[in-house]
Design a protein around this ligand. Structure first.
Ligand code: FMN
Length: 173
């Protein structure tokens, strides 16, 4: 089983990127893991650029989703919404449909955010993804790396449960 993880933050010391790296440490056996790091390389979505064959960064993004059995997205909230780079990436899949039936877990590293999880759920649902988890980790600090995050028992428990649900939903009966 192949799991693709995406951080919605481009910040060098992002807590959401730390969360994505923590996922790699809590995976069950048999799950291979990739991080998509190309959000900033995608052009601003423009239907006039949504051509066949796709522009190379767009083709790479779409191929990463297609090749994954499940996707985990960890994103901060910006201005009560989805960070522009992440929403832009999702917009590039509207017409091409890579998220159709794809199991997706949405998490974030901030218990303070109020809107981003629901907005991601809404957008991914309209893309026909199967959102299996949408949950903020109960962190009271901003973790600098995966080790710091996993040392927090409450956050680690929520993350392990989210990953287990995602893997379970992507595993054939
Ligand atoms: C431009 C900007 C807008 C933000 N807007 C919100 C917001 O609306 N609600 C919120 O809870 N936090 C907001 N934040 C705080 C971030 O969500 C928070 O710092 C988060 O931990 C950053 O994630 P990162 O560590 O992965 O970069 C904002 C931060 C920035 C830089």
């Amino acid at each position: 089983m192949q799991l693709l993880a995406i951080s919605g933050s481009l910040r060098a010391h992002s807590s959401n990127t730390a969360l994505v790296h923590a996922v790699a440490r809590v995976l069950p056996d048999g799950v291979t893991f990739r991080i998509f790091g190309g959000l900033a390389l995608l052009p601003a979505y423009n239907p006039d650029l949504d051509v066949d064959p796709a522009l190379p960064p767009v083709a790479e993004w779409r191929a990463e989703i297609t090749g994954a059995d499940a996707v985990l997205i960890s994103s901060p909230e910006y201005a009560h919404g989805i960070p522009g780079v992440l929403k832009n990436a999702l917009d590039w899949t509207v017409a091409s449909g890579e998220f159709v039936n794809k199991p997706v877990a949405i998490v974030n590293a901030s218990a303070h955010s109020q809107f981003v999880l629901d907005q991601l759920r809404e957008t991914l649902t309209v893309l026909s993804a199967r959102v299996v988890v949408a949950e903020a980790l109960p962190l009271t600090f901003r973790p600098a790396d995966a080790s710091e995050l996993l040392a927090d028992d409450a956050a680690s428990t929520v993350l392990r449960a989210a990953v287990a649900s995602l893997v379970d939903s992507a595993t054939p009966d």
